[in-house]
Design a protein around this ligand. Structure first.
Ligand code: FAD
Length: 304
């Protein structure tokens, strides 16, 4: 219930104004590198030195003009070139609505293809994030078209959706690079499992299926039980610690466990977002764990 209330409050103009004004000082910085590319590059270099790879995300979604969508794609291409020039171990992951999906799916495809081309030219990879369920079909179609042209393109499946196992089965012939997540949006029971136990069980089914087929699996969760289960599964399946899968976590969450995984020899990637459109991202992180709301509100009273 608290999760739903936070996600609904995210749509309130009043809440948006207040949080956008004070949020960065109040504690958004725990989850977001900052507002500029330079803030991101500092954060990425720092986590690289601690042994983590990085997934870069520019915070923006649902852009309304062709120019904004194309600018976002150009910014991703520029970042990929900077990673290559500076030897930063980071790839990019972005939302198709940030590069034009709400305006024209063909525009989103063209922009995503430009990013894929730059990723390929710089020896890197890119991934399409997964958004609300109404975008899944379009995202999967664009992923398929890109994947047929570029080997460096990955996508995301959400274990809260009833459809995800079918979507994974359909993607298996592409030897996909799939990131598995539980899902961050408010979805009705007609499309998503309402119970956490079902979401978790489906996560494990999806991960075991992906890991036992050719391709690459990004196990993106902070859930210690699921991680322990999959480590055991991976050992029993005789998969090497690197090359077939990686663990992924969000910047500011699950750090001790992430560090432990790096020290055990696994590849671990932290998703680090930046940009001035951080409000919806922050609200999704608060909704996942209402205890974060207390941390965040405390910041309001301890600001200097
Ligand atoms: C790298 C990465 C990429 C993602 N990309 C997408 C995407 O494209 N589309 C999408 O819908 N979702 C995405 N997500 C978000 C995901 O769907 C979940 O909402 C989020 O990861 C929380 O779920 P969990 O798997 O950690 O499990 P949960 O069961 O929610 O949490 C397990 C444990 O992790 C810790 N934890 C989880 N969330 C938080 C938090 N916010 N603050 C503090 N501790 C926390 C807690 O200890 C909790 O008990 C992504 C997540 C990751 C890690």
């Amino acid at each position: 219930m608290i999760r739903a209330a936070i996600l609904m409050a995210a749509d309130s103009a009043l809440v948006q104004r207040a949080v956008r004004r004070y949020g960065m000082q109040m504690g958004a910085k725990r989850f977001v590198a900052g507002e500029t590319a330079s803030d991101f590059l500092d954060a990425a270099s720092a986590v690289n030195t601690r042994g983590f790879a990085v997934a870069c995300g520019i915070l923006g979604e649902g852009v309304r003009s062709r120019e904004e969508a194309t600018e976002a794609a150009e910014e991703y291409c520029a970042l990929l070139r900077t990673f290559a020039e500076r030897g930063i171990d980071a790839n990019v992951a972005f939302k198709l609505t940030h590069v034009g999906l709400d305006i024209d799916p063909e525009l989103a495809y063209e922009n995503a293809a430009r990013i894929a081309q730059t990723a390929q030219d710089t020896g890197n990879t890119m991934r399409l994030d997964m958004e609300q369920s109404r975008y899944v079909d379009a995202t999967l179609q664009i992923h398929r078209r890109l994947r047929e042209r570029f080997g460096c393109v990955g996508f995301v499946l959400q274990s809260y959706l009833h459809r995800s196992m079918d979507d994974l089965q359909n993607a298996l012939p592409l030897q996909p690079n799939v990131r598995l997540v539980k899902g961050a949006y408010l979805e009705p029971p007609t499309v998503a499992f309402p119970s956490k136990a079902d979401v978790d069980a489906n996560y494990i089914r999806l991960a075991e299926t992906a890991l036992t087929h050719p391709g690459y699996t990004a196990i993106a969760t902070h859930d210690p039980k699921i991680i322990a289960h999959l480590r055991d599964f991976i050992d029993r399946a005789g998969l090497p610690k690197r090359g077939r899968f990686e663990f992924q976590m969000l910047y500011g969450i699950g750090s001790p466990l992430a560090q432990q995984l790096v020290e055990s020899g696994y590849r671990v990637r932290l998703a680090i977002p930046f940009g001035n459109y951080w409000f919806p991202y922050l609200m999704r992180r608060l909704a996942e764990r209402p205890a974060n709301l207390a941390f965040f509100l405390k910041g309001a009273f301890t600001r200097g």
